[in-house]
Design a protein around this ligand. Structure first.
Ligand code: SAM
Length: 266
């Protein structure tokens, strides 16, 4: 099996610090390494990810996952903390991204939160996917790492968003590679409490997409709070993160029935 930690650690430690003002603890480094190995193993049976090269895995799955939440944790974007243990949901988590690295980083007293309010410490994250076998695989990962601040949920975002146990229950909703901007808004905003934040991870993003998204977000009770453009530290690839704030209740008709958010975008 490819050894990912040994050759990369000195370089990666420096990049974490320089780009996110964060250093993983020894325990977190071990969890990242273990996560990588478990995913390589799982890939033999399930089509989990095509990103298996160690540096690519580090950049696209670990760094990218944490870059999306870094502005919340540094205080640059107002972090909606309704309790000492904010609730996160990762919609369409697939093999666990961005949710698992976020769960590893946001444990009690992480060094990440140097400039952030001390209440914003540990998150409880729900990893949601519509594919049962991916969730079964994630459950194995959670027990092996082990991670006790993450749990799983099988279902479609359109149905979960209408379920009283989940609707308007989360402080932060993360979503990466699940659909168009407006579909992501329709999946995330109904699940958020008022003042909650959706983080939409994108590669490229255009002004035209922003205009279309503004209209969708408004119908769903949100606003686009900010859009960050940045490059990744190893391959210099372009990324965008869109931060949507929920400002009023989402009308009951959203999210619409399964498939409608993608077939008839708002
Ligand atoms: N977020 C992961 C990542 O960035 O590596 C996985 C992205 S993968 C391309 C999309 C995932 O979203 C798949 O695992 C799929 O099963 C799930 N998915 C797609 N539509 C969904 C929906 N409406 N509700 C829940 N999960 C969905």
């Amino acid at each position: 099996m490819t050894n990912f930690t040994t050759p990369l650690l000195p370089l990666m430690a420096d990049i974490w610090q320089r780009t996110l003002n964060w250093q993983p603890t020894t325990q977190q480094q071990k969890q990242f390494q273990q996560l990588y190995e478990l995913i390589l193993e799982g890939n033999r049976q399930l089509n989990l990810t095509r990103i298996i090269d160690p540096e690519e895995f580090w950049e696209k799955h670990l760094w990218d996952s944490l870059r999306g939440i870094a502005p919340l944790l540094s205080g640059e974007i107002d972090f909606p903390v309704s309790s000492a243990s904010p609730t996160f949901i990762d919609i369409g988590t697939g093999a666990g991204f961005p949710g698992i690295p976020v769960a590893c980083a946001m444990v009690k007293d992480p060094p990440f939160l140097r400039n952030a309010p001390r209440t914003a410490i540990a998150c409880q994250i729900t990893l949601l996917d519509s594919t049962r076998k991916k969730i079964t695989f994630i459950e194995q990962i959670l027990s092996e790492l082990p991670l006790n601040n993450a749990k799983t949920l099988v279902g479609r975002a359109e149905e979960i968003g209408q379920h009283p146990q989940h609707r308007e229950r989360y402080d932060v909703a993360l979503i990466r590679a699940v659909g168009t901007g407006s579909a992501c808004a329709e999946y995330t905003l109904p699940l958020l409490k008022k003042n909650g934040l959706a983080v939409i991870y994108r590669g490229n993003w255009t002004e035209e997409e922003t205009t279309a998204l503004e209209n969708a977000v408004e119908q769903l009770g949100g606003v686009i709070e900010s859009i960050e453009k940045f490059t990744t530290p190893l391959s210099n690839s372009i990324r965008h993160c869109l931060y949507l704030r929920k400002v009023s209740n989402t009308p009951a008709k959203f999210p619409r029935a399964v498939g409608v958010p993608t077939q008839k975008p708002l």
